[in-house]
Ligand binder design. Structure first.
Ligand code: HEM
Length: 501
């Protein structure tokens, strides 16, 4: 019996670690799809990590270039040159097919989306992100999406505009005081990648829990902030199965944070007023997320959704605001043009209102161009849930598909010879990308980002208020080095010098 069991185990291991990957490799090769070869157990991960580390060891050259693909997705850039845009990569024993042709992306996300599931993230990442919308599937996902969608309609979000503007004004008052305190010349330097954290943190807390509960919510989210750092750290290291269960100092801290966040949110939800919750928002014409979730979800589900919003809506927005500020500091002509528009539409002293937003066209174009060149989410992953034909190639069930958003956004075929230039004019009124799916910073199809309206409102208001009150340029200490650590961020921070106007 023992010999029999040992033989079965050995066969299963050989099948998983060698025979199946080799079969798949041959299957794709017969269809003309190649890539870095499969190596026992590690796939192409070691070469991938080497390419990424090598790229991130050098800053951008030239230093103000927006041609960031070779640095940010170094492995994709390298293997695309060798094997073409559709190639096969091995993440351990998992086969990942890269697809970047917009018509194929369209099939995967929109027209044949039922054949492709959203990728299942690593358990530590799920624990941190929360088992909310982003990590749910099937009927469970559909029910939550139905409950939450109305909360993210532009009409429900517009009352947030004065809150965002007032948050920005407070931050800018502090910045102005710092500039004055610095004496002659009156300038202040801040790392905007840190400084902007406060905007989405305050906005999401407010949008989720409402005005009265803001302080309690913030305490919980500060704990999650620390967990984010630990999760990003784990994400950047080689995954060792079972490691997260070992009682090591780092893991103990993670467990403590997870427990505290859960406890805090549970107590907080239990203490919400049973009636009248969200009244203050309703007076402004807005309902907070809690008032949508409470009647339709269990406490456990609400906790997971709250964690998910905080993750999905914070780092992405900080990334967008950071890169937009860096781009405007690099291109003072666009900074001046956008400022002039803000002064014409909003004036010098007033704060932007919901009625101003559609008129801030240049600011909107700058936001889009930033999302094109520096998409906070640089890639999406799907898994084929059955054998499926895609672009003349049979993709076996279980194969993962990597959609490199950043590469599509930088492709000269869709954006012309100046694809690597910062040119917001390409998003002018009468201009569109050559293909609908050539611009997809928020994904597409039924799993398109639920928070995109909120993100665009936040970004426009925040940038408008900064432009209205400050001129800014890059600090001499700034090193242009975009890299991805879950989200696209500046490797050495983004120090910017602000001068009050
Ligand atoms: C610039 C800001 C943002 C960017 C670039 C962004 C990007 C994305 C992308 C690309 C996806 C699709 C992922 C996939 O299909 O695999 C997504 C999904 C999602 N986003 Fe965002 N996002 C942003 C802001 C926000 C905000 C502010 C929130 C909420 C507060 C949010 C909540 C979500 C959620 C819950 C999902 C999952 C939706 C689902 O699967 O039904 N995002 N986001």
């Amino acid at each position: 019996v023992l010999v029999g069991a040992a033989c079965l185990c050995a066969h299963a291991a050989a099948e998983a670690l060698w025979l199946r990957p080799r079969r798949l490799e041959r299957h794709f090769a017969r269809q003309g799809v190649r890539g870095p070869g499969y190596s026992f157990f590690v796939g192409s991960s070691i070469e991938l990590v080497r390419l990424m580390l090598d790229a991130s060891s050098r800053p951008m050259a030239p230093p103000d270039s927006h041609d960031v693909l070779p640095r940010v997705l170094a492995f994709y850039h390298h293997w695309r040159k060798l094997y073409g845009p559709k190639h096969l990569i091995w993440f351990g024993t998992k086969a990942r097919l890269t697809i970047s042709a917009p018509e194929l992306v369209r099939e995967v996300l929109l027209t044949r989306a039922e054949h492709f599931d959203r990728y299942e993230a690593h358990p530590l990442i799920c624990q941190f992100e929360g088992y909310g919308l982003g990590n749910l599937r099937g009927d469970h996902w559909a029910r939550h999406r139905r409950v939450l969608s109305p909360a993210f309609h532009t009409e429900n979000l517009k009352p947030l505009v004065p809150f965002i503007a007032a948050t920005m004004r407070r931050m800018l008052d502090e910045l102005a005081a710092k500039a004055v305190g610095n004496g002659a010349g009156g300038e202040a330097e801040v790392d905007v990648a840190e400084w902007f954290q406060r905007v989405p943190q305050e906005v999401i807390t407010f949008a989720t829990f409402g005005r009265r509960n803001y302080e309690d919510g913030r305490v919980v989210f500060e704990l999650q902030d620390e967990l984010a750092g630990l999760a990003a750290d784990a994400h950047s290291k080689v995954y060792i199965p079972g490691y997260r269960f070992l009682p090591l100092r780092r893991n103990l801290r993670v467990w403590h944070l997870v427990r505290e966040i859960r406890k805090g949110l549970a107590a907080f939800i239990a203490n919400l007023p049973k009636d009248g919750h969200g009244d203050e928002q309703r007076r402004d014409g807005m309902r907070d997320l809690m008032s949508f979730m409470t009647p339709a979800m269990t406490t456990e589900e609400i906790i997971e959704e709250s964690k998910n919003f905080f993750f999905a809506g914070k780092e992405t927005l900080v990334s967008l605001l950071t890169w937009a500020t860096v781009a405007l500091a690099m291109h003072p002509e666009w900074q001046d043009r956008a400022r002039q528009e803000v002064l014409d539409v909003v004036g010098r002293d007033d704060l932007p209102t919901k009625d101003h937003l559609p008129k801030l066209k240049t600011v909107g174009m700058i936001v889009n161009e930033t999302l094109r060149l520096y998409p906070p989410a640089v890639a999406m992953i799907r898994t084929a849930n059955r054998d499926v034909e895609l672009g003349g190639c049979v993709v076996p069930a279980g194969t993962e598909l990597l959609i490199p958003i950043l590469a599509v956004h930088h492709d000269e075929e869709h954006w012309g010879a100046d694809a690597a230039e910062f040119n917001p004019a390409r998003f002018g009124d009468d201009r569109r990308p050559r293909h609908q799916m050539a611009f997809m910073p928020f994904g597409g199809g039924e799993r398109v980002c639920i928070g995109q309206n909120l993100a665009l409102i936040e970004a426009k208001v925040a940038l408008a208020v900064v432009l209205q009150r400050f001129a800014f340029r890059l600090s001499p200490a700034y090193v242009h080095a975009p890299r991805v650590l879950m989200i696209l961020n500046p490797q050495y921070g983004a120090p910017v010098i602000f001068r009050p106007l």
